[in-house]
Design a protein around this ligand. Structure first.
Ligand SMILES: Cc1ncc(COP(=O)(O)O)c(C=O)c1O
Length: 411
């Protein structure tokens, strides 16, 4: 199965098979300036990604935006090829967006959910997606079912099976890895169930593409969305979606754009016959050129080696944080990912985050208002989130653990 984490080594690999962490640090200027544990917010880009963006902006300065775009047509085409290669799709099944949320909204809106249709969602659903789905539910009388979790903290597959069996055709929306914990959902098993019941399956892979190996055929999803700035290490304002050829053929965007449609007469238009029918004309071409470099680098690193390396760092972090008095690791049991969440007794996560920043350790705090179906339902008000990438080495782990020990000792 392509989407689950393999058992990783118990110690951090610096020169182990796959990822050369020292080389990754050397090509990442930000890695030496701070102990950066915020890949789940926006990871540090490589110098090459930033250079590509700057070069394109310079080209726009000299030639004009449209002329500069014309000069990099091939490079932008390669973005579709590489995005497709990374997730096992075909280039025609890729649409570029400015964010995962825009991609998800466009696809969900195109599904045109009807009154009394069932929308089955995981507790791991991201805040903006949840708000969109709840508004749709309210406005169109759609039945929104939050599928319960099992004891591991992941979607309860028996409960999902029962929900799928209970009603008519459903749409299932799941976040592969959430914003609020290290959980990895059993996405391929969910795919098997959605296929069995003929349900549409939309996967939010915002936190997983570039982090764990993702293959859309192995997952069995009909659509997938992701963003550039997180584990792909691409510029902000970039993202892409996969929409299977079969789903694309059955969907029209609610707001066709000149990029995805041809206006053929005063009353007619034709949609492109690829996932590009969901795109809009205007976009940051510099961002897309940068995304292209980041995708090429992700392909070069490889999905499995990256996954194994990140798991090793996260395993170390969870083990070390779990030993610190007054510190609680808040990740549910099914959490092998590079996102590590914790709390410190008597200290608000926001304050812990500030105190860590004063020690040059970059984390974020995630409040329950960003994950009501997860943190809210677990009764956790907020967590500190540390998320690693291939540029984090032992010195970063040691700095984070020492800083948390000091902060917890100040209580
Ligand atoms: C799980 C998950 N899904 C979706 C998003 C939204 O991504 P974007 O800001 O690119 O729309 C995030 C952002 O943090 C996320 O963590």
């Amino acid at each position: 199965m392509e989407s689950s984490l393999e058992a990783g080594p118990s110690v951090l690999q610096v020169h182990g098979p796959g990822i050369d962490v020292a080389a990754e640090r050397a090509r990442t200027p930000g890695a030496t300036l701070a102990h950066h544990f915020n890949a789940a917010g926006a990871a540090l880009p490589t110098a090459s990604v930033v250079q590509a963006v700057v070069d394109h902006l310079r080209l726009e300065e000299q030639r004009g935006g449209y002329e500069a775009a014309h000069q990099v047509l091939d490079r932008v085409e390669a973005v579709y090829d590489d995005a497709a290669r990374l997730i096992g799709a075909t280039p025609g099944e890729i649409a570029l967006f400015d964010s995962a949320s825009t991609g998800l909204r466009t696809i969900i809106d195109a599904l045109r959910l009807e009154s009394r249709q069932r929308l089955l969602v995981s507790r791991s659903t991201y805040v903006s997606h949840a708000l969109h789905l709840m508004s749709l539910g309210r406005e169109h009388d759609i039945e929104l079912v939050i599928v319960p979790n099992g004891p591991s903290g992941a979607v309860d597959l028996t409960a999902l099976d029962a929900e799928l069996a209970a009603g008519g055709p459903a749409v299932v929306c799941v976040a592969h890895i959430p914003t609020s914990s290290g959980l990895v959902e059993p996405v391929a098993e969910i795919g098997t169930l959605t296929k069995r019941y003929g349900a549409r399956y939309v996967l939010d892979a915002t936190q997983s593409v570039g982090h764990v190996a993702v293959d859309v055929a192995a997952v069995g999803c009909d659509a997938l969305v992701t963003t550039g700035r997180k584990f792909l290490r691409a510029p902000r304002g970039t993202g892409f979606a996969y929409v299977s050829n079969e789903l694309t053929a059955s969907l029209a965007p609610t707001a066709p754009d000149v990029r995805g449609a041809v206006w053929t007469s005063s009353t007619s238009w034709e949609l492109k016959d690829s996932a590009r029918r969901f795109e809009t004309w205007e976009a940051s071409i510099a961002g897309r050129v940068g995304l292209g470099v980041a995708l090429a680098e992700a392909l070069e690193r490889g999905g499995r080696p990256t996954e194994t390396c990140l798991r090793a760092v996260a395993d170390q972090l969870r083990a070390a944080l779990g030993q610190i008095p007054r510190v609680t690791v808040q990740d549910p049991p099914a959490s092998p990912s590079a996102i590590v969440t914790f709390t410190v007794d008597g200290q608000a996560p926001r304050r812990v985050n500030e105190l860590l920043a004063l020690r040059n350790v970059r984390t974020v705090s995630v409040p329950a208002s960003h994950a009501q179906w997860d943190l809210g339902s677990r009764g956790v008000e907020a967590v500190v989130r540390a998320s690693a990438h291939v540029y984090n080495d032992e010195s970063d782990v040691a700095a984070l653990v020492a800083a948390v020990t000091e902060i917890a000792g100040e209580n």
